[in-house]
Design a protein around this ligand. Structure first.
Ligand code: COA
Length: 300
């Protein structure tokens, strides 16, 4: 479930996020002199990226498809037929099946099964391994990876889900992160931005026409979260110590991040509109990496 949607379901809307954040108003490094050139490069890249969600794959992905200089993004629907759901359940590990059983709402359990089952299926296709044989291990902050040795560990992936949609990212060797959020009309984006965006970002957001601010907030949030998930720290890292471009029209970029001096040169970010009412972002560490986007339609 997405962090943003979670915050509205508790009495203190910031409580859950606050648990993960140690907000520190420490200063960000200044923007590098190359920032303008990076912005032009990001703009060119965005021009070249064509999000083609008619590009539907039923899971026949050849390993060769994922070239060294590519990041693959998969938009994955989480509402499935009973038949597909039961197939996905059958390929989960015992731990995963137990986790599915602990959800209080049946819809949440089904979405979890759909997400893990799709992730296993796609990884299995890339690696030519039966999906139920894959084993996951977890990094210090909870990021999953494949357990084992090469070639299993050559693919790095990232997962995000929000309501009925998931977004997965896959790259060979490159650290990467994704985030997808359903745009919620009931969230006070100005209050969230005041708390979690940097002073510069907050000022910029509030200077936009009021009817653009919600979308800009979600663009900013997903770019930050994709980057932090790519680093593996997730929301344990203060969000206001990462600065990003904010609107769908600007090239998606990480402008500054505490402790990551050349971040705008070393990380590439891609904005996504994966479905009506959703916004997504992907971030990958590397210079010349092309994003390709597919929509997954699982077979049972
Ligand atoms: C990861 C995190 C950003 C999730 O945000 P979210 O918007 O609620 O959820 P999303 O749907 O976008 O992402 C969830 C997925 O992120 C992945 N994930 C979990 N921890 C992660 C991390 N540290 N870095 C990157 N990805 C992570 C998982 O695949 C998870 O999905 P899954 O549980 O179904 O496999 C947030 O929970 C977080 O920051 N966690 C780490 C916080 C922490 O400090 N943990 C300390 C150890 S308890």
């Amino acid at each position: 479930m997405s962090a943003i949607s979670t915050v509205t379901s508790v009495r203190d809307p910031f409580q859950l996020i606050r648990q993960h954040l140690q907000v520190d108003s420490g200063r960000l490094p200044s923007i590098s002199v190359d920032a303008q050139r990076d912005s032009v490069l990001a703009s060119d890249r965005a021009e070249r990226f064509r999000q083609d969600l008619n590009n539907v794959h039923r899971g026949r992905v050849l390993t060769e498809f994922l070239a060294q200089a590519e990041m693959h993004l998969w938009v994955v629907p989480l509402v499935l037929s009973a038949e597909k759901s039961s197939y996905f359940k059958s390929i989960l590990s015992r731990d995963e099946q137990e986790r599915a059983g602990r959800f209080r709402k049946i819809g949440d359990a089904q979405r979890y099964i759909a997400a893990r089952g799709s992730l296993r299926s796609l990884l299995g296709e890339y690696l030519r391994i039966e999906p139920d044989r894959l084993q996951f291990a977890y990094d210090a902050f909870g990021k999953p990876r494949l357990a084992g040795e090469e070639p299993l560990t050559s693919i790095r992936f990232s997962v995000s889900h929000s309501d009925d949609l998931a977004l997965f990212g896959f790259a060979r060797g490159h650290k990467n992160g994704v985030d997808v959020e359903r745009i919620r009309p009931d969230i006070d984006v100005a209050a969230l931005a005041a708390r979690y965006f940097s002073p510069n970002e907050f000022k910029k957001l509030r200077s936009l026409p009021p009817d653009h601010q919600r979308e800009a907030f979600y663009c900013g949030w997903t770019r930050k979260e994709a980057y932090l998930k790519g680093r593996g720290e997730g929301l344990s890292f203060p969000l206001d110590r990462v600065e990003v471009s904010l609107t769908p029209d600007e090239p998606a970029m990480i402008l500054k991040a505490s402790g990551d001096r050349d971040v705008s040169r070393r990380w590439i970010v891609q904005h996504l509109s994966p479905a009506p009412g959703y916004i997504g972002a992907a971030a990958v560490e590397g210079r010349d990496i092309a994003f390709r986007c597919f929509k997954y339609e699982p077979v049972s």
